[in-house]
Ligand binder design. Sequence first.
Ligand code: ADE
Length: 231
Amino acid sequence: MLAIIGAMDEEIELLLADLQGREDLGFPGVTLHRGVLDGVDVLLTRGGIGKVNAAMTTTQLLNAGATQVIFTGVAGGVHPELRVGDIVVSTDCVQHDVDVTALGYAVGTVPGEAPAWAADPELRAVALASAQVIPNVRVVEGRVASGDQFIASPEGAARLLGTFGAACAEMEGAAVAQVCAKAGVPFVVIRSVSDTADGGAQVDYREFMPRVARHAKTVVRGMLARLSTAP
Ligand code: ADE
């Protein structure tokens, strides 16, 4: 079963409206919506903001039978060519706010864990193909940097680019990735750029968030169409 997670209501309501045969499943801390979207059996949910919510939600999705996970939402663009409305498809995810450097670990590395979690090549390819058909939108494949912080300064954005080679900043992807990697479940993160993480962010974010959430939704619908016809 394919699972689709969005962090906020704006990110999933557009998909929820079209879910056929909807059944709401109550799990501790999260409601999962099961149904059929574009001919594909899906579990759809709003996971909440931040890494803890994302990890909890992903765990419940896996318990409910998810075998592939798509995370969709908005992000702050860090890659210099990204503008509001553009799209990032994850190559891999890192946790930029993890710092165990005092014990000799590279910044971002959780002791005992991989330094980054790679997205599934097949889901990436389907996401890319679906994003590339949206007019006037640049699509960047790149690293998603997650942390429990809204990045809103030129220094913050430059750090993520310089230290991690990140394409975008958000607050959930790497937590989803870490849980999926432990379970051997493929994932991809698709982010539509709502701001450029540099301090004009709050203004851009509130103005553009609903509009760019629609881009992420379009990518997910395109993925469903492709996955439902895949041999
Ligand atoms: N989500 C959208 N914009 C963001 C930013 N600048 N930092 C973190 N998460 C975000």
